[in-house]
Design a protein. Structure first.
Lengths: 100, 681
């Protein structure tokens, strides 16, 4: 079989890429995509470990996370549209109303 | 006693003018001139009628009753105290009224002449401002003078004494807008006050010696033989009392206020400074005759000063050119005669002269007022002349008065003055020197009085052109009192018709109960030839004075100027009143003023300086507080705020408003936690 550590590594790699994407990308849609990436990385981890412990709990939880991610994406897109209506931009660097 | 109906209310006599004074001074401003006149003349008139009633009833009292006393209440019941000889006494001063021959004479003089002068003033003061104020003060004066003469003890007399001094000040300074007038009022009051200090000391000494200050008590004790003749205490009392008399009656050395007092309106000069107030001193000495008889030293002092003042003042009056000044010095001189009489034991003669003098001196002053009225205010005699035909009533009454004061036979002054000169010559207390001084003064009096008369009414007219057509006789309200006084000046002497000319000298007889003096009277037996001879001499010297005045001022008017020029420095000395005022100024007045200035400087510098300094200190401490508050307290607060601001700069920069930055901070925190966790486990 494929060793579980490979799945874990893949998951953390994707997670890191997602985090770096959230922290550094300018476009809010890309930040949203990066958040999806983080969530999916967590899913891979969950399924891999579910197989390792011979328990189906991990897979069930992964289904929850997928549902949650979908709802969150809908809400997030709604936020972005509202933001765009007000500020005419999708550049995260320009949304600094709370600046000192 | 049914007959004493009016006499029992004798205390009302001073109350009538007091009522008048109260009305004038409180509501007089709102009354019409006629109302003021009616009240201020009517009330003294009622007082006069009441006084006549009282004296009338007094005369009807049984022959052995010589005194009537009415005590209203006890004013100073001070109680037990120790007399100077160790005995225990009970001091009580009542508010009491005494009517005896002496005070009866004074009462009638004051009310009678006072009333006439009030009538005259209605006309004289008609065009002056402050009409109601004038009459208020005049009535107040009448009240005080009546209290003085009717009192039955020295302290109540002193109340009246002070009251007349006050009214004198108020009336002399009546035209107070004129500095000379207000200065004269001040001078009169201050000089009077000096005399009053002596008077009060005398009364205090009397109180501890006799245990009482009532006239009857003191006189009884003095005549009881308790004190030897010439006892030091009595001499001291008499001298102190006489000091008071010199102040009030303008004798040497306290006479300087009287000439200045002529600044007041002429009726004031007539009433106060001729007929009544200035005679208070003579009245007081006569009232104290029992004491003076026990003190020959004091008598000699009184007679000496009286004679000296008489001739001193007469000499000054010779050269004065203001008509009222001449009369002022004449008053001082005649008062000297009265004191001369008292000093030689002839108290009755002194009071007699007081009465006749009141008539003719008041008449002289009122007549002078009439002349001044006609001359539209001019008082310098060198600008008068030939007024006889223009103001006949005034002129004729003035002639009567001038003859009276010069001692022309059959006029009142002749009888009284002659009596005094005779007593000065013949009394055991008198001497030829005293007589001679009086005799010489009589000559001078005749001269300067007729000088006044001729310069004013006879000779050539020197009246300036603008005043010429205003010359007019005074209205009846002024001339009728003149006529009444002229009758008095003529007739008043007859009550004292001397024995050697056939009369029985009623006046002195009337006053005898007051002046009991058995030892002195026995020695008055000189021959009638000497008395008659002296009488002729006095008439002769008066006639000489008159003739010289006539010659100098009617026939050859250039002589006075030539004589003045020849006498040069002597004339100047006398014209300037021997520079006595300047002497007093240098010796006393300026010294007191310097002392006052020194005190004022102390007050300004030290006392006010202290107060100002305290204020400055308070202000300075306030400044300090302000600095503290501004720099230290507020500074602390500001520094705190500054520190907070400075520290918050870097912290502020964390808030960039970019969500990504915040997310990066969270991630960093998680990483740090994970590293820490992995390192420790």
């Amino acid at each position: 079989m494929i060793p579980t550590s490979y799945y874990i590594l893949l998951g953390s790699g994707l997670f890191t890429i997602g985090v770096i994407g959230v922290l550094t990308r300018r476009n809010v849609l890309v930040i949203l995509m990066s958040i999806e990436l983080i969530l999916n990385a967590v899913n891979i981890n969950l399924v891999a470990l579910s197989q390792y412990f011979h328990s189906v709990d991990g897979q069930v939880f992964a289904i929850f996370v997928i549902t949650d991610a979908a709802a969150e994406a809908a809400v997030g897109l709604g936020l972005i549209i509202a933001l765009f209506r007000n500020k005419e931009t999708v550049n995260a660097d320009e949304i600094d109303l709370l600046k000192w | 006693m049914a007959v004493d109906m009016v006499l029992d209310y004798i205390w009302l006599i001073p109350v009538f003018p007091l009522l008048g004074a109260a009305i004038q001074l409180f509501v007089g401003r709102r009354l019409s001139k006629n109302a003021v006149s009616a009240v201020s003349v009517g009330l003294p008139g009622i007082a006069l009628v009441w006084a006549l009633g009282c004296v009338g009833e007094f005369l009807k009292l049984p022959a052995d009753v010589h005194v009537f006393t009415k005590v209203l209440y006890s004013w100073l019941p001070a109680g037990a105290f120790r007399l100077s000889n160790g005995a225990l006494g009970n001091f009580n001063v009542p508010v009491g009224f005494q009517l005896d021959p002496l005070s009866a004479v004074m009462l009638l003089v004051v009310t009678g002449i006072g009333f006439l002068i009030h009538v005259y003033s209605v006309g004289y003061m008609a065009h002056e401002g402050g009409y109601y104020r004038f009459f208020g003060y005049m009535n107040l004066f009448m009240f005080s003078m009546l209290v003085l003469v009717l009192a039955n003890n020295y302290l109540m007399m002193f109340v009246g004494w002070e009251g007349v001094g006050l009214c004198s000040y108020l009336l002399i300074g009546f035209f107070f807008q004129r500095k000379s007038a207000s200065d004269a009022g001040k001078k009169a009051f201050v000089v009077n006050r000096i005399g009053d200090a002596g008077f009060l000391l005398g009364v205090m000494l009397m109180a501890v010696t006799f245990g009482s200050v009532e006239f009857q008590q003191v006189t009884e004790q003095a005549r009881s033989g308790r004190f030897p003749v010439g006892s030091t205490v009595i001499v001291a009392i008499c001298i102190l009392l006489f000091v008071g008399a010199t102040g009030k009656s303008a004798q040497i050395p306290l006479y300087t206020w009287l000439p200045d007092a002529m600044e007041g309106p002429t009726p004031v000069s007539a009433l106060i400074h001729a007929a009544t107030m200035v005679t208070a001193g003579v009245y007081m000495v006569a009232r104290s005759n029992a004491l003076f008889i026990l003190a020959p030293t004091a008598m000699a002092l009184v007679a000496g000063i009286g004679a000296a003042t008489a001739i001193w003042a007469a000499s000054i009056g010779l050269v004065q050119n203001d008509i009222k000044r001449v009369l002022a010095y004449s008053t001082i001189s005649q008062l000297g005669y009265m004191f001369l009489a008292c000093g030689v034991g002839a108290f009755g003669a002194g009071v007699f002269h007081l009465m006749t003098h009141a008539f003719f001196k008041a008449l002289l002053f009122l007549g002078a007022g009439s002349v001044i009225h006609a001359m539209s205010g001019e008082q310098d005699m060198r600008k008068m002349g030939a007024l006889w035909g223009r103001i006949p009533t005034t002129a004729k009454t003035m002639l009567v008065a001038t003859l009276a004061i010069s001692g022309a036979p059959l006029f009142s002054g002749f009888f009284s003055k002659d009596e005094i000169l005779w007593q000065a010559f013949s009394s055991p207390y008198g001497s030829i020197l005293l007589w001679f001084v009086g005799f010489a003064t009589a000559g001078l009096t005749a001269f300067y009085m007729f000088r006044l008369f001729f310069m004013t009414f006879a000779g050539e007219s020197h009246v300036p052109h603008e005043l010429e057509h205003h010359i007019h006789e005074s209205p009846k309200v002024m001339t009728v009192p003149l006529i009444c006084l002229a009758i008095g000046a003529l007739a008043a002497g007859y009550v004292g018709w001397p024995k050697i000319l056939g009369g029985s000298n009623h006046f002195e007889h009337f006053l005898e109960p007051v002046f009991e003096n058995p030892s002195a009277r026995a020695a008055f037996e000189h021959t009638w030839q000497s008395e008659f001879g002296l009488m002729l001499l006095s008439v002769a010297i008066a006639a000489i004075g008159l003739l010289i005045a006539y010659f100098w001022y009617v026939r050859r008017p250039e002589i006075p100027e030539r004589a003045a020029a020849k006498a040069g420095p002597l004339y100047n000395l006398v014209l300037h009143k021997y520079y006595i005022d300047e002497l007093y100024d240098a010796l006393f007045v300026n010294r007191v003023k310097n002392l006052g200035n020194a005190f004022a400087a102390f007050d300004l510098g030290v006392v006010d300086g202290g107060v100002n300094g305290a204020g400055w200190l308070t202000r300075m401490s306030g400044e300090l507080s302000r600095y503290w508050d501004t720099w230290v307290i507020d500074g602390l607060v500001n520094v705190t705020a500054f520190v907070v601001k400075v520290l918050s700069y870097p912290v502020r920069l964390i808030q960039t408003g970019l969500v990504q930055n915040y997310a990066w901070m969270i991630t960093l925190g998680v990483v740090i936690f994970m590293v820490y966790y992995f390192v420790h486990f």
